[in-house]
Design a protein around this ligand. Structure first.
Ligand SMILES: *[C@@H]1O[C@H](CO)[C@@H](O)[C@H](O)[C@H]1NC(C)=O
Ligand SMILES: *[C@@H]1O[C@H](CO)[C@@H](O)[C@H](O)[C@H]1NC(C)=O
Ligand SMILES: *[C@@H]1O[C@H](CO)[C@@H](O)[C@H](O)[C@H]1NC(C)=O
Ligand SMILES: *[C@@H]1O[C@H](CO)[C@@H](O)[C@H](O)[C@H]1NC(C)=O
Length: 593
């Protein structure tokens, strides 16, 4: 094709794409949502970034060794709450009853033991050995089941429930707080990292409102599997160490339709470098507790943002700018794997920009910017394509929360920083989708090669994960010959009337990449386009078995999703990369948890 002709074609595509965008009422921010993902080495990059962050604050630890030095005896595993208890005032009212809490960051709250017998339904060896320095064999003991479910306190633990507030579905909701989670303590591991351990589903706290403080098997299996899966997809996230299932009856109205069912209680032992959220700052700001707001900010900056100097008069502004940047990147990574969080309220947005609070999340199957994982979210506020907008909204609330510590000038600068969010996100998304398509360098047409593909995917309801994966697996020749045997997602996509036009453009684009043969391109693409994600039907099938005390499928999924970029025989046999079974389409994700 001549240069002139291809330029002419570009303009047609550009028109096409913008016309489509206009027709569907897409605003500029929304356009971003057409493109999501991570550079070829996004996982390692982010891992490296988070590790270096913490290792700069390396803490001397008695472990400097290797596997043979893993802790064999749980009584030697110590956590500490000292640091937090020294820095922050504690709720003066004690006891696990619901009340309005003031002038503190935490309330003391003891977990309520679950009714046994208890079973270990799942365990993450990667977390147990790699983060907690424990020999995974200890998880087979009765003691572990007690420690990991709130039945016994780890040495050094003084459990706390965190006070926070938040904007829910766009409105200030006042005091929220850990309503069924207990912070157990911090653990300094042999790599010098500090991790905060938390139980979820461990009983009532002063923040339980009308809740019973419990979590059911269903939602706990989902959190365990998804947080681990996200980690291995290279997305910053909280981690899960174990899942304990009990015989304790828990009553839930699964679909909020009056159909009450007795389910069973479960507890996830989960970890993050920090559990502070935007809502942690908001509650202090909203109730005029400015000294405490400053204290919490200083703590978070000192502990988790080592590049910010505590003497910098602009430190809160630099902090804000870092959170804006990292949040844009995080949402970009969610989009790169088709992840919809489902409840992006400010209390579910981490100050460290990691994914936290796995509720009614979902991985998008057919590409659809209007995909909504929470079936009760009728307005679609948290649809996948709106996540960047919601991120922007939440960062605006963070700005308001910081207002009491900003000077007028800093306030104005913060507004400018916030405006930059869209740009950062757009650039990230562009980068991510270029990587997903195996594109090197930058060419003018890239900015519509990508939306054009997404538009075709939307029109043909092509599977998001498998379209990109199969594009990573085909050779140039196969593409050229449109030989898509067994490639069900590409088969769907190729029914689009403009598919040939797009394909020609794509083939030309990749053939212009010098020294980049099929193998290079395929390897690069296979490292950013997972073959397996936690589809709802997969989670649902594992949950049905788990509810009957068969945890084999939870284990299988956990194992497979630990290498989501690698084709695995057991996964293929289980149909995890195949067209979803027909019953999957009728599946509703329940939202009560
Ligand atoms: C682990 O520690 C043991 C004993 O201290 C030592 O002999 C061994 O070489 C170490 N292994 C690794 C991989 O560092
Ligand atoms: C923004 O965040 C990304 C991802 O963590 C990081 O790689 C990048 O360096 C950050 N940029 C700035 C200007 O801080
Ligand atoms: C997220 O936010 C909602 C509403 O603010 C809250 O009820 C919920 O506990 C949070 N976590 C999850 C897992 O949804
Ligand atoms: C799902 O959306 C509905 C409607 O907006 C909301 O009331 C509900 O809390 C959401 N579910 C969860 C688990 O947050």
């Amino acid at each position: 094709m001549t240069r002139a002709l291809s330029v002419a074609m570009w303009s047609i595509y550009r028109l096409l794409v913008f016309a489509l965008a206009a027709a569907s009422g897409v605003t500029p921010v929304h356009l971003l949502e057409f493109c999501p993902s991570a550079g070829p080495d996004c996982h390692s990059d982010d891992d490296a970034a988070s590790t270096s962050r913490s290792s700069q604050r390396a803490v001397k630890s008695r472990w400097n060794g290797n596997v043979s030095e893993l802790i064999q005896d749980l009584d030697q595993f110590r956590v500490s709450c000292k640091k937090l208890l020294e820095v922050f005032p504690i709720d003066e009212v004690s006891g696990n009853f619901v009340h309005t809490v003031k002038n503190c960051i935490f309330s003391k709250s003891i977990p309520t033991p679950l009714k046994g017998p208890l079973s270990l339904a799942a365990v993450s060896k990667d977390v147990i050995e790699g983060i907690l320095d424990l020999d995974v064999a200890v998880t087979q003991s009765t003691d572990f089941r007690l420690y990991a479910s709130g039945g016994r306190l780890l040495p050094g633990s003084e459990p706390l429930a965190h006070r926070y507030g938040g904007h829910q579905f766009g409105y200030w909701a006042g005091q929220l707080g850990d309503g069924r989670a207990h912070f157990l303590g911090q653990y300094s591991n042999r790599k010098g990292e500090i991790w905060e351990l938390q139980l979820k589903g461990s009983g009532k706290t002063p923040y339980s409102r009308s809740g019973d403080g419990r979590a059911v098997i269903r939602s706990s299996v989902r959190e365990f599997l998804c947080s681990e899966a996200m980690h291995f997809l290279g997305v910053p996230t909280s981690r899960a160490a174990s899942l304990i299932v009990s015989e304790e009856p828990v009553i839930r109205d699964k679909f909020y339709n009056g159909n009450v069912k007795t389910e069973r209680g479960a507890v996830v032992l989960r970890l993050a470098k920090s559990w502070f959220r935007i809502g942690s700052l908001e509650i202090l700001s909203q109730s005029g507790e400015t000294d405490l707001l400053r204290k919490l900010l200083n703590f978070v900056i000192d502990e988790h943002f080592p590049s910010i100097s505590s003497n910098d008069p602009d430190k809160y502004l630099v902090f804000y700018s870092t959170v804006v940047n990292e949040t844009a990147h995080l949402i970009g990574q969610w989009m790169s794997v088709g992840f919809a969080h489902g409840v992006c309220n400010t209390d579910n947005f981490s100050l460290l920009s990691i994914t936290i609070d796995y509720g009614p999340f979902g991985f998008m199957e057919s590409y659809n910017p209007n995909f909504i994982p929470n079936t009760s979210d009728d307005e679609g506020r948290y649809r996948i394509g709106a996540q960047a907008d919601v991120g922007l909204f939440n960062l605006e609330k963070l700005l308001s929360a910081l207002s009491p510590v900003f000077t007028h000038k800093q306030q104005e600068e913060a507004k400018i920083i916030l405006k930059g969010f869209v740009n950062i996100y757009q650039m990230r998304i562009h980068q991510i989708f270029k990587a997903k398509l195996g594109l090197l360098g930058e060419e003018e047409e890239d900015s519509y090669l990508i939306p054009f593909l997404l538009q075709m995917m939307e029109d043909t309801e092509s599977d998001f994960t498998m379209t990109f994966r199969q594009l990573s697996e085909v050779s140039h020749l196969q593409l050229h010959n449109r030989n898509f045997a067994q490639m069900w997602a590409l088969d769907d996509l190729s029914t689009h009337q403009h598919f040939s036009d797009w394909l020609n453009m794509y083939l030309l684009r990749i053939s212009r990449q010098q020294n980049d043969g099929d193998v290079n391109r395929q390897n690069r693409m296979k490292n950013v386009n997972p073959r397996y994600v936690l589809r709802n039907w997969m989670a649902e099938s594992a949950i049905r078995k788990a509810e009957m005390n068969d945890f084999s499928e939870v284990e299988l999924l956990h194992h497979i999703l630990s290498s989501p970029f690698v084709t695995q025989e057991t996964a293929e046999e289980a149909g995890y990369a195949a067209r979803p079974p027909s019953w999957a389409q009728r599946l509703k994700v329940s939202c009560s948890s």
